[in-house]
Design a protein around this ligand. Structure first.
Ligand code: PLP
Length: 440
């Protein structure tokens, strides 16, 4: 039998004699390029292939494309063109902020829920004599700005806090942290890799000196991104060589990638305005409510006690009220709790008695792509550092799954996942030798 793959819809592939519906709900890992992005990039592979540093016609065509893209990214971030440095993505932006600013003897404040691009860079700096303070989140997944304030010392040179967490979607109170940094004369970096396209970005309002974005998390190509560097921020380049990017990032510009990043950002700005992200939040809420109807489930990253207050929220964020406070699962949230702001596309759910990894594999076999936040070290699976920092025990952290929806998600996609998840959960729980049958 020939295995010719014929796309008949975005998520449905027909193998000869066998129809398999695939629903991709791992957008926080990466996203597919949108057709408009592919079209925008296409001429820059062959027709307009010039090196943007060359002074001849081909070079000038490439230069013009890069500068147009810079203008779009400046509008996306609300900064000036000269403050946009194109690079290879989120990891490079995060590393540049840390390696470019910190020197032995400095103190650096970040959080224990950052991406490894921040945490590993911090660890490296610690070996070189930089003091590091890691701030833990509250059980809701939120970083309390008061904890950041308490961590400040005379030598504190940099604070780095992510905008949206990649595992829970929880949106951090970056404006308040920006004010704290400004009041204390400290540089402030935001890892906005997961926030971009889901929350309106505004570096002036956030009060940051540095902000990283990555194209592939918002339907652009992999291996390209940008770092906002506020004018006057004394950042040492990570890469040296040619005088590209105002001598802040050497290396011939990835022209098709930069054009793709800009197109993805332009489309992301439209999505924030035209109701796409609101619709996405509604579908995420429906998915979440449907899964929470199963016994022994709950959401990681939901409510904060009112005594902590509600952090000022970025202009577009979605708390995901739909179904979270339902009592049918036995989770009764006490009065006096406020919903935590979350990115519109993400929900992180624990399933009692189950291993996230087993669920990922079982769902994959049914055509559903999701992820467990765990990482594999030397063959052993470690639970998510984010969930552990929020105070989950190892078992519950290992029993958690992240559903992160594409903005192109359909009602039918959600229906399919809501059909498949209960089947898989029931099946795996029936096989669970330890606790089978204990759920009411
Ligand atoms: N920061 C966050 C929050 C991320 O989720 C990721 C990727 O998963 C990165 C940084 C790294 O970005 P990139 O894949 O572009 O290097």
């Amino acid at each position: 039998m020939s295995l010719r793959k014929i796309p008949i819809a975005r998520t449905i592939y027909l193998w000869e004699g066998l129809a398999l519906l695939r629903v991709y709900m791992d957008a926080n890992a990466t996203t597919p390029l949108l057709p408009e992005v592919v079209e925008a990039m296409r001429p820059y592979w062959m027709e307009h292939f010039g090196n943007a540093s060359s002074i001849h016609h081909e070079g000038q065509q490439a230069r013009a494309a890069v500068e147009r893209a810079r203008e779009t990214i400046a509008a996306f971030l609300n900064c000036s063109n000269a403050e946009v440095i194109f690079n290879s993505g989120g990891t490079e932006g995060d590393n540049t902020a840390i390696f470019g600013l910190l020197r032995p003897g400095d103190h650096f404040i970040t959080t224990s829920i950052e991406h490894s691009a921040i945490l590993q860079a911090a660890e490296k700096m610690a070996r070189q004599g930089v003091e590091i303070t890691l701030i833990d989140p509250r059980p809701s997944g939120l970083i309390d700005p008061a904890d950041i304030l308490r961590g400040i010392r005379p030598q504190t040179r940099l604070i780095s806090v992510m905008l949206a967490n990649n595992e829970t979607g929880v949106i951090q109170p970056v404006e308040e942290i920006g004010r704290i940094a400004a009041d204390n004369g400290i540089y402030f970096h935001i890892d906005a890799v997961q926030g971009a396209g889901k929350v309106e970005l505004d570096v002036r309002r956030f009060g940051c000196h540095l902000l990283s974005i990555s194209a592939h998390k918002m339907h652009g190509p992999k291996g390209v991104g940008a770092l906002f560097v506020r004018r006057g921020t004394p950042i040492e380049p990570l890469l040296v060589g040619g005088s590209h990017e105002r001598r802040q990032r050497a290396g011939s510009e990835n022209v098709p990638g930069i054009v793709g990043l800009a197109k993805a950002a332009e489309l992301a700005m439209h999505s924030l305005e035209d109701g796409t992200i609101t619709r996405l939040a509604a579908l995420r809420d429906r998915l979440e409510a449907g899964i929470l109807a199963l016994p022994g489930t709950g959401v990681n990253g939901t409510f904060v006690p009112q005594t902590l207050g509600v952090p000022s929220m970025p202009r577009i964020c979605f708390c995901g009220k739909g179904g979270i406070s339902r009592t049918s699962t036995g989770h009764v949230y006490e009065n006096g709790c406020n919903p935590v702001p979350r990115a519109a596309n993400t929900t992180n759910i624990w399933f009692d008695q189950l291993e996230g990894e087993a669920l990922v594999i079982a769902l994959d076999l049914k055509g559903v792509s999701v992820s467990a936040g765990s990482t594999c070290h030397s063959g052993a699976t470690e639970p998510s550092h984010v969930l552990m920092a929020m105070g989950l025990d190892k078992t519950r952290a290992r029993a958690s799954l992240r559903f992160s929806l594409l903005k192109t998600v359909t009602e039918a996609d959600v229906d399919y996942v809501l059909k498949v998840v209960p089947e898989v959960v029931e099946h795996l729980r029936a096989l669970s030798p330890v606790t089978a049958g204990t759920l009411g």
